[in-house]
Write a protein that binds this ligand. Structure first.
Ligand SMILES: *[C@@H]1O[C@H](CO)[C@@H](O)[C@H](O)[C@H]1NC(C)=O
Ligand SMILES: *[C@@H]1O[C@H](CO)[C@@H](O)[C@H](O)[C@H]1NC(C)=O
Ligand SMILES: *[C@@H]1O[C@H](CO)[C@@H](O)[C@H](O)[C@H]1NC(C)=O
Length: 400
C-alpha cells in the first residue's frame, strides 16, 4: 500500500512540473501544460476524468525547447478557460475537451510565455459582469533565448502589452507600449480595482539560468480605464534586481510583497553578476501614503465573513472623509505566483446597493455577493472597501 501511494505521488509530481493551475467553479483545480505535457488534468480526479486530456493547442504553440510551461490561463465569465500560449490564444471548454473559439494571434506575433516570459491578468470584472478583458504585457522576442544561451547576446525585451475583450463576438488585440522593456515581470491587480502593477523582471534576455540582464528596477502602474496614451505611470525604482525566480503578491494591507531572485542553477551569493537574493521587501503604492489617511476606510466588521452567492451583505466601516458616491467594494482572489504568472488572480468589483451613515458617524455599505461560482469560484477572498480611490485594509471573506 505504501509503495503504491509513493508511485502515484511520484507520477503526479512528474506530470505537474511547470504547469499552470486554475481553480474551477466546482472548487476543483485544472492543471494545464508543463514540461512536455501537451494536455490537462484535474485535481482531485473524478471517475469521468481519470487520465490527462489531450490539448493540441499546447503542442502547436510550444517553446524552442519543445515545452509549454506556464501558459496564461483565466477562467472566463462563461465558464470556459481562456488559454494564452506564446502568441496565440483559445477558449477551451475543459469539460468537453473542445476549443470553443480561436482568437486572433497577438499583433506582432512575438512570444509571451516561458522562456519569453511576459505576464497576464484578467482585468477587474464589473457588474453586471457581461464583459471580460485580458491584458498580456512584456515578454521577449523569439530569438532571445538562443542568442542569450549560445551567443551571450541579450536582446532587449518586449515593450508592448496587448489587450483583448474575450467576450466580444469578434475581438481584436489592442496594442499599447510600456515605458520600459520587460521580460519576467509580475502583474498584479491592486485593490483599487483600477490599477495593474507591473513589477520585477529584466530589460533584456529571457527566463532561465544566466539568461537575463538589465534588471527592470522601475515598477509601472497601468490604469485600464484611463484614456489611451496616459495609462502607464512609472513608480519609484527599487534597488534589488529581481530576475528569474522572483515573485510578487498582494498583501491584505494593500502592500505588495516582493521577494527572491535566482538566475543560477545553484545558490550563488558571490562572484556572480546577479547574486542569488533571498530577501523580501514590500512595495507600497501611492494609495498608502500618509497624505491619504483621511480618505482611507477602516473596515470595522470582524474578519472573516461568510458570503452566499448573489446574497446581500453589509460591511461596517469608519473613515475621516467619505464621498458616499465614490465608495466601492472589491473582492480579490489571492493568487499563487511563480515564474511571472499569478495563477487564479481575479478581482470582482461588487454591486453596491447603498451607503448609510450611522448615528455614531461610521458607515455601512450594502453589497451584493458575486452572483455565481463561475464569476467567483468558492474559497477565500480578500475584501476591500475603497473610498475615493483609497482602499482599506482587506478582511477575509469565505464564499461557497
Ligand atoms: C507565432 O509564433 C510562431 C512560432 O514562433 C511563428 O511561427 C508565427 O509566425 C507567429 N505568429 C505570428 C502571427 O506572427
Ligand atoms: C552574436 O552576437 C553578436 C553581437 O554580440 C552578433 O553580431 C552576431 O550576429 C551574433 N551571432 C549570431 C550567430 O547570431
Ligand atoms: C555557483 O555555485 C555552485 C555550487 O556551489 C558552484 O559549483 C559554481 O561554480 C558557482 N558558480 C559561480 C559562477 O560561482
Amino acid at each position: 500500500m505504501v509503495v503504491k501511494f509513493y508511485l502515484i505521488m511520484g507520477l503526479q509530481l512528474i506530470t505537474c512540473r511547470y504547469a499552470t493551475n486554475q481553480i474551477l467553479p466546482d472548487g476543483s483545480a485544472v492543471i494545464i501544460g508543463g514540461r512536455r505535457q501537451f494536455n490537462y488534468e484535474f485535481y482531485p480526479k473524478s471517475t469521468a476524468t481519470l487520465s490527462t486530456l489531450p490539448f493540441r493547442f499546447l503542442s502547436d504553440t510550444k517553446d524552442p525547447n519543445e515545452n509549454n510551461l506556464y501558459p496564461f490561463v483565466h477562467l472566463n465569465i462563461d465558464g470556459n478557460l481562456f488559454v494564452f500560449s506564446n502568441n496565440r490564444s483559445v477558449l477551451l471548454d475543459y469539460k468537453k475537451n473542445r476549443i470553443m473559439r480561436t482568437f486572433p494571434p497577438m499583433v506582432g506575433g512575438e512570444p509571451r510565455n516561458y522562456p519569453s516570459s511576459g505576464s497576464s491578468v484578467l482585468l477587474p470584472l464589473k457588474p453586471p459582469y457581461t464583459e471580460a478583458e485580458v491584458l498580456v504585457c512584456g515578454g521577449a522576442p523569439f530569438a532571445s533565448y538562443a542568442q542569450a544561451k549560445n551567443n551571450g547576446t541579450f536582446i532587449p525585451a518586449l515593450t508592448t502589452c496587448g489587450r483583448l475583450k474575450i467576450t466580444d463576438t469578434s475581438p481584436s488585440w489592442s496594442m499599447e507600449t510600456m515605458p520600459n522593456p520587460r521580460v519576467m515581470g509580475d502583474m498584479l491587480l491592486l485593490p483599487t480595482g483600477k490599477d495593474v502593477l507591473i513589477i520585477n523582471g529584466a530589460g533584456s534576455g529571457t527566463a532561465g539560468w544566466e539568461l537575463a540582464q538589465d534588471p527592470a528596477y522601475t515598477p509601472v502602474i497601468y490604469r485600464p480605464e484611463a484614456p489611451a496614451g496616459s495609462r502607464f505611470e512609472l513608480q519609484t525604482s527599487a534597488t534589488t534586481p529581481r530576475l528569474y525566480h522572483s515573485s510578487a503578491i498582494l498583501l491584505r494591507d494593500g502592500r505588495i510583497l516582493v521577494g527572491g531572485s535566482n538566475p543560477h542553477i545553484y545558490y550563488n551569493f558571490s562572484n556572480v553578476q546577479y547574486p542569488t537574493d533571498l530577501s523580501l521587501e514590500a512595495f507600497s503604492p501611492e494609495y498608502l501614503s500618509a497624505s491619504n489617511s483621511n480618505l482611507r476606510p477602516k473596515i470595522v466588521t470582524a474578519s472573516p465573513i461568510e458570503l452566499s452567492y448573489d446574497k446581500q451583505f453589509s460591511l461596517h466601516f469608519s473613515v475621516g472623509l467619505v464621498d458616499t458616491t465614490g465608495v466601492s467594494v472589491n473582492m480579490v482572489l489571492p493568487a499563487f505566483c511563480t515564474h511571472s504568472f499569478s495563477m487564479n488572480q481575479r478581482l470582482l468589483i461588487l454591486q453596491i446597493s447603498k451607503v448609510t451613515t450611522l448615528p455614531d458617524g461610521t458607515y455601512e455599505v450594502a453589497v451584493v455577493a458575486p452572483p455565481s461560482v463561475v464569476l467567483a469560484p468558492p474559497g477565500y477572498y480578500m475584501v476591500f472597501v475603497v473610498n475615493s480611490g483609497i482602499p482599506s485594509e482587506g478582511i477575509w471573506a469565505h464564499i461557497q
